[in-house]
Design a protein around this ligand. Structure first.
Ligand code: GDP
Ligand code: ZN
Length: 328
C-alpha cells in the first residue's frame, strides 16, 4: 500500500487475528540480494508475523502484471486520463497525447472529463459524442457540485489498482479528495506511527475505493510521452485498432497516412491529430537515432527494458486474454 522509509505497509487479503488488516513490514535482506525491488501495488508474501504489534517481514514478491514508472506502481490495472472540459479549455491534441501515454501502459484506459459545471448540457453532449467516436466512454464529472462522482466511483470499484493521469490544473487532486474523503485522516494516522519516515519525499500510496479496488493517491503522470517507434503509434489509437480489426492495409508496415489501399483511411476525427503525432515521433527519431535503445537501463550489469516497453509487449495481450469472462 505504501513505502515509508524502511517499512512497507502491507494490506492483508484477509484480516488476521483481532481484525488486523494491515502489517508494517521490513524487507528480508535476501530480497535485496536478488535485486528484487518492492513497489507500491506489489503482491507480497509475509512471514514472521507479530499479530499484536501488526509487524512482519516480506519474504517474497509475486510476479507483476504491469509496472508503471512514474508514479512507480506495480499491477496497475487501469489508467484514468483526466482532462478538464474548461479552465483550461479542452485541447484535443493535448488530450490525445495523454490518451496515448495511457494507452502505452497496456492497461485499461478510462477517460474522465472534469469541471462539467462550467459547460452547458449541450456543450457537454457535444464532447461526449466526439470522444465516443474516438473510442472512449467519457465520464463527465464535477468535483465542485458532485455530478458524476458516484458513477466514477462505481466504474473504479472493480478489483484492481487505478492511477490518474493528466495535465496539472484539470482537477485531479480535487477528484482524489472527492473519491477518498478518508484520505487526510489516513495520512495523519500513518504519520503518527512512522514519524521518522515522514520528512522524506512523499511516495505514492494506495487507498481502498471498494473491496479490492485501490486508487493511487498520486495525481500520477502529468507529462505525456509518445512512443519512440512510429509503427507503434497507430495501435495506440482505438479508431485505428478498430479499423485494422475489420480490414488489412495493402502495405506492410503501413503508417496509415491516408494513402489509397490503407484500411484506416482518413475519414475520422483524429486523423489530423494522428498525423501531427506521427510527425512528432518521426522528428524525435530523426533527432535521436539511438532513441530506441534509450529505453533500456542498466540494472545489475544487464540491460533491462524500461517498464512501458515490457508492458506494451506482454500486458496488452495478457489483458485481452483475461477479458471479459475470466476477470469476473
Ligand atoms: P490538479 O492540478 O489536476 O490536481 O487540479 P486541482 O484539483 O488542484 O484543481 C485545479 C483548479 O481547478 C482548482 O482551482 C480547483 O478549485 C478547480 N477545480 C477542480 N475541480 C473542479 C470542478 O469540478 N469544477 C470547477 N469549476 N473547478 C474545479
Ligand atoms: Zn494503413
Amino acid at each position: 500500500m505504501a513505502l515509508e522509509a524502511n517499512f512497507c505497509r502491507v494490506q492483508l487479503d484477509r484480516p488476521g487475528p483481532g481484525g488486523v488488516q494491515e502489517l508494517l513490514c521490513v524487507r528480508r535482506t535476501r530480497l535485496g540480494k536478488t535485486g528484487q525491488q518492492i513497489c507500491v501495488g506489489d503482491r507480497v508474501e509475509v512471514e514472521g508475523i507479530d499479530w499484536p504489534e501488526a509487524r512482519a517481514a516480506i519474504a517474497a514478491v509475486a510476479p507483476r502484471s504491469s509496472l508503471l514508472e512514474r508514479p512507480a506502481v506495480a499491477n496497475c490495472s487501469r489508467v484514468v486520463v483526466v482532462a478538464a472540459l474548461d479552465q483550461p479549455e479542452l485541447d484535443p491534441l493535448q488530450l490525445t497525447r495523454f490518451l496515448l501515454t495511457a494507452e502505452r501502459t497496456g492497461v485499461a484506459v478510462e477517460l474522465v472529463l472534469t469541471k462539467a459545471d462550467l459547460l452547458s448540457e449541450a456543450e457537454q453532449q457535444r464532447w461526449r459524442e466526439r470522444l465516443m467516436a474516438w473510442g472512449y466512454s467519457p465520464l463527465l464529472v464535477s468535483s465542485k457540485c458532485g455530478d458524476g462522482l458516484a458513477v466514477l466511483r462505481d466504474r473504479l470499484a472493480i478489483p484492481g489498482i487505478s492511477v490518474l493521469c493528466g495535465p496539472s490544473g484539470v482537477g485531479k487532486s480535487s477528484l482524489i479528495n472527492a473519491l477518498l474523503p478518508q484520505l487526510s485522516l489516513r495520512v495523519s494516522a500513518v504519520s503518527g506511527r512512522l514519524q521518522r519516515g515522514r520528512h522524506t519525499t512523499r511516495h505514492v500510496e494506495l487507498f481502498p475505493l471498494a473491496s479490492g479496488a485501490l486508487l493511487a493517491d498520486s495525481p500520477g503522470f502529468n507529462r505525456p510521452s509518445l512512443p519512440a517507434d512510429p509503427a507503434e503509434l497507430g495501435m495506440l489509437f482505438p479508431e485505428i485498432r478498430q479499423r485494422l480489426e475489420a480490414a488489412v492495409c495493402q502495405f506492410k508496415n503501413c503508417l496509415h497516412q491516408g494513402d489509397p489501399g490503407c484500411a484506416v483511411g482518413s475519414d475520422w476525427d483524429r486523423h489530423g491529430l494522428y498525423l501531427t503525432c506521427l510527425e512528432s515521433v518521426q522528428q524525435q527519431v530523426a533527432r535521436q537515432p539511438r532513441l530506441r535503445t534509450a529505453g533500456l537501463k542498466q540494472r545489475g550489469g544487464k540491460e533491462e527494458p524500461l517498464l512501458d516497453q515490457r508492458l506494451r509487449q506482454s500486458s496488452r495481450r495478457r489483458l485481452r486474454q483475461v477479458e471479459p469472462d475470466e476477470e469476473a
